[in-house]
Design a protein around this ligand. Structure first.
Ligand code: FUL
Length: 458
């Protein structure tokens, strides 16, 4: 204790911080997982032979001749993804039907035998190049379950086939950000998962393996909703590992593939906002599916809805009212400006607020000259050093008394709270319980736009 008082004094006199940042609380995210958290949202594109049959799961018997997009345009997909703030795109290279969208050497059930581009088309090449051009990351979905391939009944032969597809995909198309291994239909079949993982890691060590994989887990539903409390650290085979959830959901209710009569299923703006708040706003990553139509374009109504959604989100989170506050905190590590609460003014500058060793509770207080009105609170934990906070609350000062307006649990990469519009001059973000000293890197207060979700006073 005496030593920390000494260092505090030294810091405030000299202005140079003599105290180290807190030790990481393992497990922490890998650099690739951290990058994935930072992207917040990705676009899923289900496209394949199903697209031409108005079916979600064809049974592997549809002839390759039926695959024939008239104007395959992944540049449009990638551009739209970029415009709406999605940092990556996952393309379905082979769905459960087994039809492969690049000219593989390992099956005849692939685009080579379709009329598309006279049989010389390569959809994976075009999609990966489009992503590169738009400046977003490229990933692919590859269904382990295969309803077409005769080798499926022979585990060893099928594993070899699956690995040869992985080998082609991971060597011929540049950087792969995420490999999405779907669990559907896999029950009762034995796969060489470990062999798949080691091949992926050998060919592209930075690729994240999702769902039936060690790097990203499925959130557990297809509604785009993460639970109230999101924990990244999970127990796997007796080991605690960083295994964060991804929320996948289609923009057309329950339809992953394009259906000619599916437009009426397009989610409303409110549903999409709700999904945003319950996925990204709870610290998970959102993977929103938008399916290209039979021409090979994202349908116009879907694009319009996406842009509308993006515009509302950008509008709400445009002005962080907290910037103009006077910031203070219950405790500042080493009393040093390097760890002061006003480091939480701006996002993504690497700076944070934290406390002295052993101080696991505390608060950041914001004081304004004039009352402000806000109805959205954003808080971000510095997850690079581990996820720590288990309970937190938000308080406002009303008529001289502190009143709790939010009582919550985890924070994680990002937490967004919605509350009825509140006017006050003082706000407190309180850490009520944390596994180790709390580390907060951002606090924002916002007033929503009239188009955003309404939050009732009750
Ligand atoms: C599920 C599949 O069965 C659906 O068709 C879709 O691909 C979805 C993302 O995953 O498991």
């Amino acid at each position: 204790m005496a030593l920390s008082i000494f260092f505090s004094l030294l810091c405030s006199i000299s202005g140079v911080c003599k105290v180290d940042p807190p030790q990481p609380l393992p497990p922490v995210p890998s650099p690739q997982q951290l990058k994935w958290h930072q992207l917040e949202m990705g676009m899923f594109c289900h496209f394949g032979i199903n697209t031409f049959h108005n079916e979600e799961w064809t049974d592997g018997s549809k002839p390759p001749e039926t695959f024939n997009p008239t104007d395959f345009n992944p540049f449009q997909w990638a551009e739209v993804a970029k415009q709406v703030g999605m940092g990556y795109l996952i393309f379905t290279v082979k769905h459960h039907d087994g039809f492969v969208l690049y000219p593989t050497q390992h099956t005849e059930y692939c685009v080579r035998n379709s009329p598309w581009k006279g049989g010389i088309g390569d959809a994976v090449k075009e999609v990966s190049e489009a992503c590169k051009k738009a400046g977003i990351k490229f990933g692919f979905y590859l269904s382990p379950w295969d309803r077409h391939d005769h080798r499926y009944n022979d585990n060893k032969a099928y594993d070899e086939y699956f690995k040869s597809l992985l080998r082609e995909l991971l060597t011929n198309y540049g950087e792969v950000f995420e490999v999405w291994l779907d669990g559907a239909g896999t029950e009762g079949h034995t796969y060489d998962w470990e062999g798949y993982y080691s091949l992926i890691k050998e060919l592209q060590p930075d690729a994240l393996i999702a769902i039936c994989g060690p790097d990203i887990r499925w959130v557990g539903n297809e509604d785009g909703f993460a639970p109230e409390s999101v924990w990244y650290v999970q127990e796997k085979e007796g080991k605690r590992v960083w295994w964060p959830p991804e929320c996948d959901v289609p923009i057309r209710k329950e339809q992953w593939f394009y259906h000619t009569d599916g437009e009426k299923r397009l989610l409303s703006l409110n549903s999409l906002l709700n999904i945003y708040y319950r996925s990204v706003g709870r610290g998970a990553v959102l993977l929103l599916n938008v399916s290209p139509d039979r021409s090979g374009h994202l349908p116009e109504p879907d694009v319009k809805r996406l842009l509308e959604w993006r515009a509302v989100i950008s509008e709400i989170f445009k002005d962080n009212l907290a910037i103009s506050a006077k910031w203070s905190a219950s405790n500042i590590r080493g009393n040093c400006s390097e760890f002061a609460p006003d480091n939480c003014r701006f996002e993504n500058d690497g700076k944070f607020w934290t406390t002295d060793d052993g101080v696991k509770k505390g608060y950041i207080a914001l004081k304004f000259e004039k009352p402000i009105g806000f109805d959205r609170v954003v808080i971000k934990e510095h997850i690079e050093l581990g996820q720590r906070i288990t309970k937190h609350s938000v308080w406002i000062k009303k008529g001289g008394n502190w009143e709790k307006v939010i009582n919550s649990t985890t924070i994680g990469y990002k937490r967004i709270h919605l509350l009825p519009e509140t006017k006050c001059k003082e706000v407190k973000i309180q850490i009520d319980e944390s596994l180790e000293v709390p580390i907060i890197e951002f606090v924002g207060l916002y007033l929503s736009s009239p188009k955003d979700l309404k939050v009732s006073k009750k």
